[in-house]
Each structure stands twice: as C-alpha cells, then as structure tokens.
Design a protein around this ligand. Sequence first.
Ligand SMILES: CC(C)(COP(=O)(O)OP(=O)(O)OC[C@H]1O[C@@H](n2cnc3c(N)ncnc32)[C@H](O)[C@@H]1OP(=O)(O)O)[C@@H](O)C(=O)NCCC(=O)NCCS
Length: 162
Amino acid sequence: MIRLYEKEDRKAIENIVSFGLNTNSSSLAHLSDTLERDLNRFDRYAETKWPMFNEQYWVCVVDGEVIGGIGITKIQRQPMESKEMVCLHRLSIDSNYRRMGYASLLLQYLETYVKNQKIRRIRLTTQEDLIPAIHFYNSHGYKCVGKKKWEKLVLLTYEKII
Ligand SMILES: CC(C)(COP(=O)(O)OP(=O)(O)OC[C@H]1O[C@@H](n2cnc3c(N)ncnc32)[C@H](O)[C@@H]1OP(=O)(O)O)[C@@H](O)C(=O)NCCC(=O)NCCS
C-alpha cells in the first residue's frame, strides 16, 4: 500500500533514508542535517494535510511496516505555484526489501500523481556512487543532464519528460 507520510512514520523513514545514503559515516554527516530539515517539514505538512500540490511524500507499507518512501518538492527558486517541473527526492527502500519492485511501484505512483497535476517534467539529483540508484533511474527513462562536485560527492542531475 502507498499512502502519504504521517508523523508516526518519521523514525522508519529516517532510518531507511539515512542507511540508504550512508549518512552515519563521518564524511557524509552533513547529509543528516538536510534530512532532519526535510523530516521536520514533512511533520509540519502532515499536520496541515499536505497543503501544496508540489510538496508531497509517500510511504510504501508492507505487512503493516513502512519499508520505503518517495517524495516531490518544488525546484529551488521556482515560484510556489509553478507547474513547469518538480523535483523527485528522498527515494529509499529498506535494504531487506530491495530488488522486489517496491521503488518502481513508488515511482509509478509519483509519476501518475505528477501527470494528474499537469506537470510534465521531473528532475532529481543523485550521487555518482549510488550505483543501484543510477541503474534504477536509467531503467525508468531518466536521462543524465548534469554533473557537479559538491564537497566530497559527485552529484548527477537526471530529468524525465512524462
Ligand atoms: C535505488 C533503490 C531505491 C531501488 O529500489 P528497489 O526497490 O530495489 O528497486 P526495484 O526493485 O524497483 O528495481 C527496479 C530496477 O532498478 C535497477 N536496480 C535496482 N537495484 C539495483 C542494483 N542493486 N544493481 C543494479 N540495478 C539495480 C534494476 O534495473 C531493477 O530492475 P531489475 O530488478 O528488473 O533488474 C534502492 O536500491 C535504494 O533504496 N538504494 C539506497 C538509497 C538510494 O540510493 N536512493 C536514491 C537516492 S537519489
């Protein structure tokens, strides 16, 4: 089952996403700050019933357990009401449930939602060293449109027109 994030999901999503990005290693510790900011925002939005079409986070529940999540957020500096493009973020699946098609299900759910909002372009940023993620995005039709260094990471930007 896929549903919107609720405050009770915080611990599960925090664990799944930080494990997925290896934020516990000291060189990547700063990534946990941005994750905490995102989770604080999700908690606020969950309280106010996710007020914006371009700020959503969904979780995937299997046998009553949250095993992954995916979200969209507006592109930085883009006006709040713009429907030009959204940014996919915080996709992660519990390591015990990978390679079973759950990320594909979440992505399909997100793309349907985005299409229904009459938004045609999805952008995302990932890391060059997240090999499964690179394969995953390539296999779902996302094209690499940019590459840059950020601190110790190499960041790749992908886009898809849906
Ligand atoms: C990337 C990730 C979300 C994929 O989740 P998943 O549920 O395992 O993905 P699916 O089962 O839907 O896989 C679909 C396709 O993705 C690709 N893929 C997924 N994992 C892969 C791996 N380890 N190696 C190569 N390709 C892989 C394959 O093309 C796969 O299709 P196939 O199984 O028919 O070969 C998951 O590995 C993950 O959570 N990684 C850590 C967090 C992360 O990197 N998130 C993205 C940050 S931008």
